[in-house]
Each structure stands twice: as C-alpha cells, then as structure tokens.
Design a protein around this ligand. Sequence first.
Ligand code: FAD
Length: 415
Amino acid sequence: MQTVDVLVIGAGPAGTVAASYLKKQGYDVTILEKEKFPRFQIGESLLPCCMEHLTEAGLREAIEPLNFQKKTGAAFMRGEKRCEFLFEDQFTKGWTWTWQVKRADFDSKLAEATREKGVDVHFECEVTAVQCGPEKQIVDYKDAEGNAHRIEAKFIIDSSGYGRVLPRLFDLSKPSAFTPRGAVFSHLEDKNRTETASNNIFVHSFDNNKSWIWAIPFSDGSTSVGIVGDREKIEALAENNGEGYKAFIRNFEDLHGRFADSQLKFEPRAILGYSIGVTKMSGEGFVLSGNSTEFLDPIFSSGVTFATASGLLSAKMTHKHLQGEAVDWKKDYEEVIQKGIDVFRSYVSGWYTGDFQTIVFAKHIDEDIKRQICSVLAGYVWDQTNPFVKKHDTILPTLAKVIKMKEKAEEAGQS
Ligand code: FAD
C-alpha cells in the first residue's frame, strides 16, 4: 500500500495552497482530485487578501503570466444609486488588487504549479471512504476506470469543497441559519462594456435587497453574470434551459442594456442551497479547509479567500503536528478561521437586511468609514484594529439606524 505523510482531498485553491506549503517544508504530499482538470467551478472574483496566501504557498508567480483581469475594487448599485470601493483606499495595509479568473484556468494552473513543486496530483480519483486513527489514516479511492485503491497517510487535509468528503463521511455538517438561496449564472459576451462599467465586479441589489446580480468581467472580453435570490426565484429563472435568466439579464434596467444582445458562452447553470456549516473543523488525524468547513453566501466574494486562508493555516498546523509539537486545533485553527467567517456572517446578514446598502448608498458616507469597510471587502477580516472588523456584529445595524434617522430628519427639515 502507498504511504504518504499528508493526503489532501481536492485540488481547488484550498488543497493546492495546503499541499504546496507542506511540500516546501519537505513532506511527501499527495492530492486526490475527483475531476479531470480543467473543470468549471464557480467563484471567479477573488479578494486582495488571498494574494498573501498564494504568495506564501509559492503559487502567485505561476498565476501571473495568465494575464487574468486585474481587480482593483468593487462597485455596488441599486437603481440609480452607486458606491464604488477601491482597494487602494483601504484602512488595513495590504494588497490593493487581485484577479477575476475563470476558475477552470486558474485551478488548473494552481494544480500544475503544485505538481511542479513535487506534489503527486492524481486526477479522476474520487475518495470514497476514510478511516482515521491516532497514528495512521486509511483512504480508499477509485480511479477513472473504477478500480479501487487504498493509500495510507499520517494526516489528511480535506479540501474537497462542495464535495464535503469528511463532513459527509463523519456526519459533521450542520445547517446554515441563512434563508436557502441559489444562483443562476453564465458567461456572456460583453461588447457593450463601457468606461463607466469598468473592469471590476459590479453588484446590483434589487427586489428590496433580497436578490442581486453580479457582473464579473474577464480579460478576454466576456463577463460572468449571475442572479442570486431565494431558492424558488432561482429555480423559476433556471427552468427551460434558463429562459427566465436570459430574459432577465437582457432586460434588467440597471444594467442599461449592457447584455441586451449578448450571446451566452454556455447554457445557464444553477446552484442551490449552498450555505452550510460544520460541527467541528478537525478531529483525530484530519483537518477540514475551504468549502469543506462553512460556506455562507457569495455576496462578498469571500469563498476563495477563505479557501486559501484555511488551506494555508491548516497546512501550518499540520506541519507543527507532524513535527511532534502539541497543536490546539480548536484554538489555533478553528477559532481563527471562525473569527473571519463570523465577520463576513455579519456583513452577509447586513446585506440581506439592507443595513449594508443603507450605509454605502447614504447621501454622505464618511471617508474613514468607507476605508474601514473597504478592508473588509478586500478580505482583511482578521485585522482587529479595524472597528468594522472588531465590532462587526453591532456596527452595521447601529450605523444604518443612525443614517436612517439623520436622513429622515433632513427630509423633514427640507419639507
Ligand atoms: P473547490 O474549489 O470546490 O475544490 C474542491 C475540489 O475537491 C474540487 O475540484 C472537487 O472536484 C474535489 N472533490 C470533491 N469531492 C471529492 C472526492 N470525493 N474525492 C476527491 N476530490 C474531490 N468565491 C469567491 O471567492 N469569489 C466569488 O466570486 C464567488 N462566487 C460564488 C458564487 C456562487 C453562486 C457560489 C455558490 C459560490 C461562490 N464562491 C465565490 C465560493 C467558491 O465557489 C468556493 O468558496 C471555492 O471554490 C472554495 O474552494 P475550495 O478549494 O474549498 O473548493
């Protein structure tokens, strides 16, 4: 039976970052990946903070020559209201840009660069069963021909994303408190991309803050466009090969005809009920990273950044563990990752209650406040010197209330 130091499940951003970091520390690392790459994945708009993780794993340099669309900020719209954040104007010192990527190309390059570092990456190998113990972990998988294999590892990092291999096998999933939502999306030609549309992500809030549309421009002139909303709404838009989606995108007034005559690059796809949590992020012989842990909502494009952040930290803790040092997984891993997730949880809640929109579309937005919110949008959600991180659970509703009162008083004064 093949024996390795670390077995990583999944070759997405979480798995490749974890594997590359551990290879750098001298371990024998294998990745088992279910799909044949390149494969489609959703999650195309990155956050600047993930550049730190890609750099530390030694993977950023491999991505640079692919000339992905540079992303320098994010614009939010609601009707005629607009608020644009630029990452160069942020509170936390950090990266001021990142990329918007077609994940098929991005993930393939990450996997190729990881393999070049000496990690064994096996595609079309699906993990089917896992037995964990104090000394060794036994992993069963089947290859493309359906042949069964077994591999033994000292430690397992589960980076299987939506596959959620260990949460499924060990019954670790827990439901999300968020309303079940979904998304329907495609890539469209974007001939009418204008200067004002810029090359950054555009997010249009509508339906009384319950639904929104993303437009994520790519460097090849196409744009990813997705509609997010309550499950029933998305199911209806996705019916009949996405007829409802096509009609909606072409006629949505706030996009000012940008996609009115655009061809779709593929039939619209839908993904439903993606919000999910876990009861714990580690156990004897394993740790979970990326989407195998908790996934909240796509609104602030935080998924890949959490994948790279947790991939990197899980690898650092695994290194410590394999060195024979005591690791407090709960405190040094789970609580750290959870802290960042909890910040975004407050912002996701604030988006659907409309508090976030009240703040960013206010008649006057204080520049210091904007800079602090901008750092959250850049993914720097572990910076406790930022009041919009530290007081994340109360600051949005409190500020939104003050703004509403002020605007009401101004309106009353004018009439
Ligand atoms: P993945 O990228 O899913 O990789 C996991 C890999 O594991 C896959 O390649 C899979 O084939 C493999 N695998 C699964 N099961 C097995 C198995 N049994 N054996 C072996 N391998 C297996 N995030 C952003 O950052 N920006 C966005 O703009 C964004 N938009 C989104 C829009 C929507 C509608 C949704 C639902 C999510 C969005 N996300 C976004 C989130 C993003 O998709 C994920 O957070 C991200 O892909 C997680 O990366 P990962 O490495 O954890 O998992």
